[in-house]
Design a protein. Structure first.
Length: 239
């Protein structure tokens, strides 16, 4: 039986589509995801996500980069990473964003500080306190500046750190107080107390970012979908 020219073309296209689909599925099962994430999310949030994803896709590999938010933005925009887990939402107009979690911000104080026994404190009450903060390039410092402005205070910053654990350690040593994300149980600085802030918007959204103009590799797309749907939506998403 001789096949018509049109039917042979149909079979050719169909076989090519099946081959492409199989190739995509294979690479999604065994490719590499280039992922950047914040230092402050490295001890609990990101490892938990990776552990649960790897149980579903054990052959997928990860090339991990730990960096500050402004460095992550540069890596993502430059195509050096596929995805980023960052906070808060990047200001880059070309980035997509999926919010997964919201961290409450709190006031870290030495354990002997008068605020340490309080259940809640407003930043206006801390106007005369020495503060430890991140440098101006860091996104958390931007959030802190906004909270200070909203509270109508301009506190004295005695030291600008590059990592949150440094801030917490200097707080414990009595150098000042600091606005930091509320740590997970047993993960904070033992010699510091963490007091809830009563200020509105004292929070830091955490989410997934990607460059919209660039197609994601199959493995990265699979990981992104894992973070957006299913159990992760109920556990981490606060949209």
């Amino acid at each position: 039986m001789r096949l018509s020219h049109q039917f042979r073309r149909f079979l050719f296209v169909l076989i090519a589509m099946i081959g492409t689909s199989l190739s995509f599925a294979a690479s999604a099962d065994s490719g590499t995801v280039r992922l950047a994430f914040l230092h402050s999310l490295a001890s609990w949030f990101v490892p938990d996500l990776l552990r649960r994803f790897r149980s579903a896709a054990p052959q997928v590999q990860f090339a991990l980069t730990q960096a500050a938010s402004f460095e992550i933005d540069e890596l993502l925009a430059g195509g050096q990473v596929d995805l980023a887990i960052s906070a808060p939402r990047p200001q880059h107009a070309g980035f997509g964003w999926h919010q997964m979690h919201v961290e409450r911000l709190c006031l870290a104080v030495p354990r002997e500080h008068p605020f340490a026994t309080r259940s809640q404190v407003g930043l206006a009450e801390a106007a005369d306190e020495p503060f430890i903060a991140l440098g101006d390039a860091f996104a958390l410092r931007g959030l802190t500046n906004e909270l200070w402005d909203a509270a109508g205070i301009n506190p004295h910053v005695v030291f600008e750190a590059t990592e949150i654990p440094t801030m917490e350690g200097l707080v414990a040593a009595g150098f000042g107080i600091a606005v930091v994300p509320l740590p997970q149980p047993l993960r904070g600085e033992p010699l510091a107390a963490y007091v809830s802030l009563s200020d509105p918007h004292a929070e830091r959204p955490v989410g997934l970012a990607w460059l919209q103009a660039r197609a994601l590799p199959p493995a990265a797309e699979r990981f992104a979908e894992f973070l957006k749907v299913g159990d992760n939506a109920s556990v981490h998403t606060t949209q």
